[in-house]
Unconditional design. Structure first.
Length: 188
């Protein structure tokens, strides 16, 4: 085999390898995309509507506000086994979620990112932003949220201007489901 033949074969092999690497990279990206879609669909399909407890658990631990002031409403978030996952506090148009400090709720977990943020919080925020652009809602009344985290662990979720009772119920159910799913996955 002449030196020219060797160079030609090496060039062909290099070309073939580059082509295969590109094909495999593309296939890997497509497979990762499929996995993301499946994660999202699983998060949606495993979401169950939960009935709210008929009465509040435990005595009030705060003094009553002055006459005429809005009463804060607090609800416990419990796991199936009765473990306290956190609490939700509604004051006016603000919903504050405070997870149990002794538990870890990863803000990057699929139930949190793919479901709660991507399917619930961000669409609500986008709807209100659109209403603000169309001058149907003032910016000060638009839905906003903030996740207070410590090294990836959720410390608090604060939602301002959540809207009407139906939207509040949707938020509470989604938050309750998300915390329960994260707890179930981490407690196994």
């Amino acid at each position: 085999m002449s030196e020219e033949d060797i160079r030609r074969r090496l060039a062909e092999m290099k070309s073939y390898l580059e082509k295969r690497v590109a094909e495999l990279t593309k296939e890997s990206a497509e497979l990762n995309s499929f996995l993301e879609v499946i994660d999202t669909m699983l998060a949606e399909k495993s979401f169950r509507r939960v009935a709210l407890p008929a009465e509040r658990i435990g005595p009030p631990d705060r003094p009553l506000p002055e006459r005429g002031a809005a009463l804060p409403v607090e609800e416990q978030i419990l796991a199936a086994g009765g473990v306290r996952l956190g609490e939700m506090l509604v004051e006016g148009k603000t919903l504050t979620v405070i997870p149990n400090e002794s538990l870890r709720f990863d803000v990057d977990s699929p139930p949190m990112r793919a479901f709660l943020v991507a399917k619930v919080l961000e669409p609500m925020k986008a709807r209100d932003a659109e209403l603000c652009r169309d001058k149907k809602k003032r910016q000060a009344e638009a839905f906003t949220y903030h996740m207070d985290e410590d090294y990836g662990n959720l410390r608090a979720l604060i939602i301002h201007n959540f809207g009407d009772g139906k939207r509040l119920l949707e938020l509470k159910n989604a938050i309750r489901w998300t915390l329960r799913r994260i707890y179930e996955k981490t407690s196994k």
